[in-house]
Structure formats: structure tokens, C-alpha cells
Design a protein around this ligand. Structure first.
Ligand SMILES: Nc1ncnc2c1ncn2[C@@H]1O[C@H](COP(=O)(O)OP(=O)(O)O)[C@@H](O)[C@H]1O
Ligand SMILES: [Mg+2]
Length: 274
């Protein structure tokens, strides 16, 4: 079964898109270096703001005929074919493919509200083409909307990026409850929280260290901690250049941290598959 990672948190600006894009790119590279026969990774952008789409493809003008919107609006039978046809190659790596978001997704979501089977409109077609990929990574919008529910229903492994601030970590448990609700309510037993990712960590800030220590010593959350990404201006420069953090500066602290995270994720996947 292809693992489907979803980066989710109802807060904006916590590093969901940065993490989704760099994890997807990093997985492709790691698989290639390991000599895997299939190194293809699919990045799905479910946020109408299209940030992940923009930085990986250089475009954010996808619409009715060439984006995730087309998949969600397609007839059920035709949806897998439509999905396959709108996926594009990223600029970052020939094996990193992108299912682009569109500004139309917001309206599309409203149209689908209350339509029977709406939460499965991403999961169903994805299940038909996911076998083509070694892994799938989904970026989500900063809210628990129908679109995010669709992303969770389609996923196996939720990763929650969180900034090391008090109110952000308070919100963590509600994010975890939401994921559990989707698992139980929509009968997705494969979906689980597989990691909490601390982002924008500034070790010079006392409060950041304090919260990280608290997280580490928490009996449930501590075990889920899968990485700590430092606050690093290189991330913004990489975005501006529409390149991955690794291509912008492989020696940047954030590159090291993301490489370590990707190694941890792959190890955890291997461990849970055994
Ligand atoms: N580790 C980091 N260090 C510094 N800035 C970061 C880091 N991660 C993300 N950012 C910046 O924070 C902003 C929000 O990041 P983004 O990934 O778009 O968050 P989200 O998708 O959760 O809204 C962006 O301007 C991005 O450049
Ligand atoms: Mg985002």
C-alpha cells in the first residue's frame, strides 16, 4: 500500500506547505539514492492559496480543466482518469509530480457541501492511481474544512507541524482529536497521527526551549515528536526562488533538519511495515 502523508494543522503559517514540498522532494531523492526502482512521489495541493503548487511548478493559475478542482467536480467514474490527466511534473525533480491546487477550490468546496460521498472525492480516485507512486504527500489549508476532511480521508499518516508557542501546542490536542474523528467517523483505520513536527524553532528563545522540553516529556506527544526544524531565513529565500531548501542551500540548518526528518519518516515506515 502506498503511504499517503498529510501535513495538517488548522493554524496558518506553521510550515505545512514548506514541509509538504520539502518532504516530497526529499523522499524522491532518498529513494533514488537507495536505488529504489520507483522514486516517484506525488504532491497533492489541497489549499486554494496554491503555495505548494506555485513553488514547485512556478504557476498558480490552474483552473477548471487542469487542477484538483477538475478531479473533485468530475463524474465518479471519470475521476481517476481526470486525476491522472491533470498531474504535472514539478520543476524540482522529474520524479516529483504535482496535483495542482486552484483558487477555484474554495467555491468548489461550497458546491460539494452536503453532496453524498463528498469526503471521498479525493480518496477514491487517488486509491486508483496511488500504486504508481512510492509515496504521496498532501498539503492542506489552514482550517478543518470539507477539503481538509477529504485530505484526511485520503491519507494514512498525518504529520502535524507546530510552532513552539504556548497556544499552538494547546491546539495540538484538538488537531489530534479531529484526525481521530475522521478515522472513526469515516472508517479509515489506516489513518493515524504519525508525527508532530516542531517548526521555526529558535533555540535562543527561552519559551521555545521550554515548550520543546514539555513536548518531549509528554507521555503521548513526546513519542510522536518526529523532528525539529529551526527558524531559518534560507526557507524564505528558497520560496522566493521557487526551489527546495536543499537546492537553495544544502548546508542550511533547515536542510539538515528536513533531511533528518525524512530519514526518520522512512525508518518509521519501514518499522511499521515489518
Ligand atoms: N523553518 C522556517 N524558518 C523560517 N521561516 C519559515 C520556516 N518555515 C516556514 N517559514 C516561513 O513561514 C511562512 C509560512 O510557512 P508555510 O510553509 O507557508 O506555512 P503554512 O503552509 O502552514 O501556512 C512562510 O513565509 C515561510 O517562508
Ligand atoms: Mg500553506
Amino acid at each position: 500500500m502506498t503511504r499517503v502523508f498529510v501535513l495538517t494543522n488548522h493554524k496558518g503559517g506553521v510550515g505545512k506547505s514548506t514541509s509538504a514540498t520539502n518532504i516530497a522532494f526529499g523522499l524522491t531523492g532518498l529513494l533514488r539514492r537507495a536505488g529504489a526502482a520507483n522514486c516517484r512521489v506525488l504532491l497533492i495541493d489541497t489549499d486554494s492559496q496554491s503555495h505548494a503548487t506555485l513553488v514547485t511548478t512556478g504557476r498558480n493559475d490552474f483552473g477548471t480543466d487542469d487542477s484538483l478542482y477538475s478531479v473533485l467536480m468530475a463524474d465518479r467514474q471519470a475521476a481517476p482518469q481526470v486525476m491522472a490527466s491533470v498531474i504535472v511534473q514539478s520543476h524540482w525533480d522529474a520524479d516529483l509530480h504535482v496535483l495542482p491546487a486552484s483558487a477555484l477550490l474554495e467555491g468548489g468546496e461550497r458546491e460539494l457541501m452536503g453532496v453524498a460521498g463528498a469526503p471521498y472525492r479525493l480518496a477514491d480516485p487517488l486509491s486508483r492511481i496511488a500504486g504508481h507512486y512510492a509515496a504521496v504527500v498532501i498539503d492542506t489549508r489552514p482550517s478543518f474544512s470539507l477539503m481538509t476532511e477529504m485530505a484526511l480521508v485520503a491519507a494514512t499518516d498525518a504529520i502535524i507541524p507546530v510552532e513552539p508557542r504556548y497556544l499552538e501546542t494547546v491546539g495540538l490536542l484538538s488537531v489530534m482529536n479531529k484526525i481521530n474523528d475522521v478515522r472513526e467517523g469515516w472508517r479509515r483505520p489506516d489513518l493515524r497521527v504519525s508525527g508532530i513536527l516542531v517548526t521555526k524553532m529558535d533555540s535562543r528563545v527561552k519559551g521555545h526551549n521550554h515548550l520543546l522540553d514539555e513536548l518531549k516529556s509528554h507521555n503521548i506527544l513526546g513519542r510522536l515528536l518526529c523532528g525539529v526544524i529551526p527558524a531559518n531565513e534560507a526557507v524564505s529565500y528558497a520560496h522566493r526562488e521557487h526551489v527546495s531548501i536543499f537546492a537553495h542551500d544544502p548546508k542550511a540548518p533547515a536542510s539538515h533538519a528536513y533531511a533528518q526528518l525524512i530519514g526518520t519518516l522512512v525508518k518509521r515506515l519501514k518499522g511499521s511495515a515489518a
